[in-house]
Design a protein around this ligand. Structure first.
Ligand code: ZN
Length: 119
């Protein structure tokens, strides 16, 4: 490259979370992080919980199964769109807790209703 100067940089030691992509310089800091990492099942967070679900909502209510499938169909085949199902385009996708039956504005940890999601 121009000037032929070597890049000035130093190699450092850092610690990476086993569960997410986070990297910290401090071993203690990473140890603290891992215990409360959203992706570590030990934190009992929504992310690794069985009850977290993706739902489609229309005007505050969850779509019925039938509406859900109709929505998939009209996205695949626009000819199926008519006045009765056009509203399905206005749905919102939200993260939903199926046991508390609430939309989650914020994911939480240490939930007492936590159950691990099996893959
Ligand atoms: Zn992490």
């Amino acid at each position: 490259m121009c000037g032929g100067k070597k890049d000035k940089m130093k190699q450092i030691k850092a610690f990476k979370c086993e569960y997410c992509k986070k990297v910290l310089l401090s071993r203690n800091g990473m140890s603290r992080h891992e215990k409360q990492c959203y992706y570590n099942p030990i934190s009992h967070s929504c992310i690794t919980c069985l009850h977290l679900s993706d739902e489609y909502f229309y005007k505050g209510r969850i779509l019925t199964d039938e509406e859900y499938f109709t929505r998939e169909e009209i996205f695949d085949d626009e000819k199926m769109i008519n006045k009765d199902n056009e509203y399905l385009f206005d749905c919102e996708n939200k993260v939903y807790c199926t046991i508390k039956k609430v939309v989650l504005e914020k994911l939480k940890t240490q939930c007492n209703l936590y159950e691990i999601k099996k893959n």
